[in-house]
Design a protein around this ligand. Structure first.
Ligand SMILES: Cc1cc2nc3c(=O)[nH]c(=O)nc-3n(C[C@H](O)[C@H](O)[C@H](O)COP(=O)(O)OP(=O)(O)OC[C@H]3O[C@@H](n4cnc5c(N)ncnc54)[C@H](O)[C@@H]3O)c2cc1C
Length: 404
């Protein structure tokens, strides 16, 4: 084990992936997560993992954990087609299949399952109920993170992996802006149990991601998660030490529109229960194709929650210190092209490589600067691409200029 000690604020997908990589490399790491338990709150359902995410997970996870990841991921194929609200094909899109990657680089993963895999083997390293409030850079160059419960943790480097409302970013880069992108989503899941719901939709709507666009650029996004094997059989076969919650096939179903198209205020929207949110979604897709309305009406009310789409505004490079940022904490983006988590996983891979170099003698500041230079490039490119697609698809607000 090297002398380097890394403190990570935030145990989401990015922070845990980084902790996995450092742990495998023998670098001491502690993750401080504000939630009291790993399943404290609903964090969403299906997540698309592309070649960046798969490559990162292969590099960061143990071989057994990576095998479990690949075996629990759905492989719905590479289609991302767009239909009108009567289900006439508007635009066919087939992503390339990348040889050597599971699913050709197009996986549909259950978010909670991925989190459970990312937590495996990290029991000692993850501290729950630890909300970072602020940090100090000490005279020695080390960093001390302070938490709301009065505790603190000191490391050679502090990584802010604390998501869209990052406390680390607010202190470190107060000029970095995160704003409302003007869209609201109603995100739920349709159980496929009994196969009635599955049969409602033509099979061509069950690709990697299907967008159905209606009047005023309201849209419904559909994405199935279909398992090839029950979780317990996967872990029994590949890694009995990894504990996964059970899950059944489902269709992730996301309604989205500009916020003005909702007949209620944000306060009212965020106060609604699941049944009210489902009724609202149904009212907003009235007259659409009966198969689609049927699928929406089968959403499990308990699964539905509203989301305000937020985006960062790209900024120029900053002075490197012993504090840096990863994932949504620095480059949160609209989910329009489904790459936010993939970019966070890529950050974790690149930052692990740089910290391994620092543990091997490369000056820490130089290693962190190299990470930031690379991450700022691809991370903010993804923010811009997501904003462009969100604007064309659903009228997302264009990104303000950085000076505005
Ligand atoms: C509807 C929707 C669908 C999406 N679909 C996709 C998809 O298909 N593919 C894709 O690549 N991306 C997708 N994304 C984006 C993806 O969810 C995020 O980009 C990803 O979760 C970012 O990971 P992260 O680790 O940076 O942040 P998070 O996953 O948000 O984790 C941050 C963690 O930090 C913790 N935290 C927060 N504040 C503190 C604090 N002060 N102290 C300590 N801990 C703290 C939080 O509790 C959380 O656990 C989607 C997003 C949305 C909204």
């Amino acid at each position: 084990m090297s002398d380097l000690h890394v403190v990570i604020a935030g145990g989401g997908l990015g922070g845990l992936a980084l902790a996995q990589g450092l742990h495998q490399a023998g670098i001491s790491v502690a993750v401080h997560e504000k939630d009291p338990t790993p399943d404290f709150r609903n964090q969403g359902y299906r997540i698309r993992i592309n070649s960046d995410g798969i490559t990162a997970l292969k590099a960061l996870l143990t071989p057994q954990a990576y095998e479990v990841f690949a075996a629990t991921a759905g492989t719905p194929g590479p289609r991302m087609d767009t239909f009108d609200h009567q289900l006439n094909l508007l635009h066919a899109q087939e992503l390339p299949l990348i040889p050597g990657l599971p699913g050709g680089g197009n996986l549909a993963v259950n978010r909670m399952t991925l989190r459970q895999i990312l937590l495996s083997g990290l029991d000692e390293a993850v501290h729950y109920g630890a909300r970072l409030t602020h940090y100090f850079i000490n005279a020695s160059g080390s960093v001390t993170a302070h938490f709301a419960d009065g505790t603190s943790a000191t490391g050679d480097v502090l990584i802010g992996a604390d998501g869209v409302n990052s406390a680390v970013r607010r202190q470190y880069l107060p000029k970095a802006r995160v704003g409302d992108a003007g869209l609201r989503l109603l995100y739920g899941r349709v159980p496929f149990a009994g196969d009635e719901a599955r049969a409602l939709l033509p099979p061509e709507l069950l690709g990697l991601w299907t967008t159905v666009v209606g009047p005023e650029r309201r849209f419904v996004g559909l994405a199935p998660v279909q398992y090839r094997e029950p979780m317990r059989e996967v872990t029994a076969r590949l890694a009995p030490d990894i504990a996964l919650g059970d899950d059944s096939d489902y269709l992730a179903c996301v309604f989205g529109a500009r916020r003005e198209l909702f007949p209620c205020t944000d306060a009212e929207l965020f106060a609604m229960n699941g049944a009210q949110l489902r009724a609202l979604t149904l009212s907003l897709v009235e007259g659409w194709h009966p198969g689609l309305v049927g699928a929406v009406s089968r959403q499990d009310p308990a699964s539905i929650f509203p989301v305000s789409v937020r985006t960062s505004v790209p900024i120029a490079a900053w002075q490197t210190t012993a504090v840096t940022l990863l994932g949504d904490a620095i480059h949160v983006m609209s989910p329009a092209i489904g790459v936010g988590a993939n970019t966070a996983l890529r950050d974790a891979r690149v930052l692990t490589e740089r910290l391994v170099q620092a543990a091997g003698g490369r000056p820490l500041a130089e290693a962190l600067h190299a990470y930031e230079e690379e991450m700022i490039g691809y991370g903010f490119d993804a923010v811009r691409d997501s904003a462009d697609r969100g604007h064309r698809l659903a009228g997302q607000d264009p990104l303000p200029s950085p000076q505005a």
